[in-house]
Design a protein around this ligand. Structure first.
Ligand code: FAD
Length: 515
């Protein structure tokens, strides 16, 4: 049957295949799942970024790992077909697309795995690569009162999608990114082989696939570490005028032992103005909170900084106990005392906090418009320069959405994975999460992102793009730096014909296996 598929798609492209050939394709692939024709208007040709669209050959909804392996094997028997795993399509720059190739809808496998395990007294959950983190959260908490340790801010992302990048949020300073919190993967390689891997079994594939941008394999199952889930969270935001004080306090908090710090530490930059999206109104956590600008010192500049922290607690804890713990942690910090906002929310509500933003943005049409986002890891040694030029000058009026900035610790990241980081133990994630209406402004904002990167390069800042996106192999080579050779070796072992994740624009699909 696969040979037959080779004949159908050999030396042709998506445009030349009529829709009714999908039934022939379907027969040839012999899948348990289903197959739909591609098409630029379909889901497989778009992503959250809204900046790119392509026409895939077909969207495959596999029933499980065997189907995925079958599709990859079939593609490998043709001269040119590629395969992209599509998680929830929340990439910005077409990373989950396959122009003229197969797109695999990983969500169709989300129910396949959900199995708790206890190994040497520690708790884990085996989940599907196509599962959404929000479902993993809800099910783990409601069924076992357990939860993964490391998250992303927004949870309508798939397990395989975030593990292919890193998966970062305010818990990463303590537990590392999500890639540091899995112990086993099941992966379909670019050869169509189904392989179980871990730190001790097929370890090159395990570490390579983590942060591997989908280049080495399709993650169909992950074993995720769990911890007891707290019931409640005290969620706080405190405001700073001086960048040096903001970073000093944030760095202090992320370098303390568990029990001596908050359980979540993030931060953001906002404009010193009454702009409803970019300014003071973006800080309070509750409509009842009032941000009184009279408390901002006269000396404040065009932008201000907000440290966002959270402390877990149990329903059985007395409010006074939580108050005392929070006061003790806040007492060493140098924020503007009268610009402090706090709220008690359930743990699940806290982790699903961006869902509300999504609902609001969907209602006003902003969710479906383009998102020229930029994510960068910047080393501590470069962050003051970045603030001075980028936040205080270039972006002083905001980006129409959050401008996140918070410190992370390199020692919590496993250097054997494919994730690329700047030098130094402390580095910051900077996320410019632009929400913009459709129109010519989008090109201007993409150009501004380029300008920021260009400036970082010119000034010699120590940085790496997170969720990277480059157009040429040369740029990728620069991005990977001294990890390039290792990455190419892994690619050659696990996807020698460069079939996987073509939307990352890394390697050109080859016809024959390179030695
Ligand atoms: P997709 O966009 O579908 O895929 C991303 C890449 O991974 C593609 O190359 C794809 O081919 C590959 N891929 C997908 N599934 C698999 C798989 N199972 N196996 C192998 N490769 C696969 N990131 C953070 O770290 N922290 C955040 O707080 C955060 N917040 C976000 C909030 C929003 C609103 C959005 C839109 C994105 C956010 N992200 C965040 C970024 C997010 O982690 C990435 O965009 C991620 O790639 C999206 O996951 P996805 O499941 O939609 O993957």
């Amino acid at each position: 049957m696969i040979v037959c598929l080779g004949r159908i798609v050999q030396d042709t492209d998506a445009d030349s295949i009529p829709d009714d050939d999908v039934s022939t394709l379907s027969e040839s692939l012999d899948l348990q799942g289903t197959i739909e024709s591609g098409g630029i208007t379909g889901v497989a040709g778009k992503d959250f970024g809204g900046l790119y669209s392509v026409k895939p050959l077909a969207l495959i909804k596999p029933s499980g790992t065997e189907d995925i392996a079958r599709v990859v094997k079939a593609a490998s028997q043709t001269s040119h077909l590629t395969v992209a795993a599509r998680g929830n399509g929340h990439s910005i720059n077409g990373q989950a697309m396959a122009d003229g190739g197969f797109v695999i809808d990983m969500r169709s496998t989300e129910e396949n795995h959900f199995k708790p395990l206890t190994i040497d007294g520690s708790h884990y959950i085996d989940v599907s690569g196509g599962a959404l983190w929000e479902d993993v959260l809800r099910r783990c908490v409601s069924m076992f009162r357990l939860a993964p340790r490391s998250w992303t801010d927004y949870l309508s992302l798939t397990v395989g999608g975030t593990l292919s990048n890193a998966g970062v949020s305010g818990q990463a300073f303590r537990f590392g990114p999500q890639t540091s919190n899995v112990t086993e993967l099941e992966v379909v390689t670019g050869k169509g082989e189904i392989t179980v891997c871990s730190a001790t079994q097929n370890s090159e594939l395990f570490f390579g696939a983590l942060g591997g941008l989908g280049q080495l394999g399709i993650i169909t199952r992950a074993r995720v570490k769990l911890q007891p889930a707290p019931d409640m969270v005290r969620w706080l935001r405190v405001v700073y005028t001086e960048f040096e004080e903001f970073t000093r306090d944030a760095e202090f908090l992320v370098t303390q032992e568990e029990g001596e710090s908050f359980d979540y530490v993030e931060g953001f930059v906002f404009s010193n103005s009454d702009d409803p999206i970019n300014g003071w109104p973006s800080v309070p956590l509750d409509p009842d909170h009032e941000f009184n600008p009279a408390y901002i010192p006269q000396t404040a500049s065009s932008v201000l900084y907000c440290l966002e922290v959270a402390l877990h607690y149990r329903n059985s804890d007395r409010p006074s106990t939580v108050d005392t713990a929070v006061s003790r942690l806040l007492e060493r910090l140098g924020f503007i005392q009268r610009l402090k906002f706090q709220l008690n929310v359930s743990y699940v509500e806290f982790l699903l906090r961006v869902k509300q933003v999504e609902e609001h943005a969907k209602a006003n049409g902003n969710w479906d418009s383009p998102h020229p986002w930029l994510n960068i890891f910047i080393s501590k040694s470069s962050i003051v320069d970045f603030d001075r030029t980028v936040f205080r000058k270039m972006l002083k009026d905001g980006v129409g959405g959050p401008m996140l900035i918070y410190p992370l610790l390199r020692s919590k990241w496993d250097s054997r994975t494919s994730v690329v980081l700047p030098e130094g133990e402390i580095f910051y994630i900077v996320a410019l999460l632009r929400f913009v209406p459709k129109g010519p402004t989008v090109e201007k904002l993409v150009a501004q992102n380029h300008e920021i990167i260009k400036w970082c390069n010119k000034e010699g800042l120590d940085f790496k793009l997170y969720l990277p996106h480059y157009q040429s192999k040369e740029d990728w080579k620069r991005h990977f730096g001294n990890q390039w050779t290792r990455f190419v070796e892994r690619k050659t072992s696990f996807d020698p014909m460069a079939i996987l994740a073509p939307g990352q624009k890394f390697f050109k699909r080859t016809h024959t296996i390179k030695p």
